[in-house]
Design a protein around this ligand. Sequence first.
Ligand code: SF4
Length: 230
Amino acid sequence: MSRTRQARLRPLCDLPPDTLLVSEIFASIQGESTYAGRPCGFVRVTGCNLRCTYCDTTYAYEGGARLSVDAVMSRLSALGLPLIEVTGGEPLLQPAVPVLLSRLCDAGLTVLLETNGSLELAAVDPRVVKIVDLKAPSSGEARRNRMQNLERLAKTDELKLVLAGRGDYEWARRLVREHRLDERCTVLFGAVHGALAPELLAAWILEDRLPVRLQLQLHKILYGARQRGV
Ligand code: SF4
C-alpha cells in the first residue's frame, strides 16, 4: 500500500469489526438523488481513500466518534425517519458499514448508500439503494473508477456524475452512450458548485437529448454551501 493511501486510511486503523467511526448523524432534507426533497436521516462516516478536487466534506477525512452498530441504530431510531442515507467519506472502507446497512433494512427502513465508486460493492445488501459516483476527469480521481461496479447495479440504483466543465460533460456523455448507463439505472448529472452553472449543464443535456436526470444540490440551495450536518 502506498504511503499516501496509508495516511488516508490511518483514521480507520484498529477499528473493531463491530464499530464505526462516525463523523456526524443528523436529520435533514435529502439534497441529491431521486429521493431529493424527502426528510432523511444521515450517517456520515469518517475517512476517504480519495481526494477529489471539489470535495465539500473534507472535515470527514479525520476525526469522528467510535460508535457500535447498536449505538448508531439507536441514534437513527431516535430521529424517527423512514429514509436513511449512509455516506462519507467513503462508507465501504469500514467493515461494519455493510452490517449497519443490513440492520437498517431489517428494521424496515429505506436505505441509501452513497459510495465513491472505487470499491467493491459485493458486500452491500441487495435491499440497499446504491448511489454510486463515477468520478469525472476534473475530480483528479477518475482513474479510481471501478467500472466492474456497473455489473453490480440494479435498476433501483443510481449513478452520479459530478461535472466541472465542458470537458467533464463530454466525458460523461461518452460514458452514458458507450455503456448504455441509462438502461442500467437512473443516471444523475450534477454540476460542481461554483465551477459549472447548472443552467449551462441543463442546456447541454437538452441539446443532446441525453437520457439523464439533472440534479441540483437541494441542501445547498436550502442551507448554503459551507454548512455541516445538512
Ligand atoms: S469521494 Fe467524496 S468524500 Fe471522498 S474526496 Fe471525493 S468527494 Fe470527498
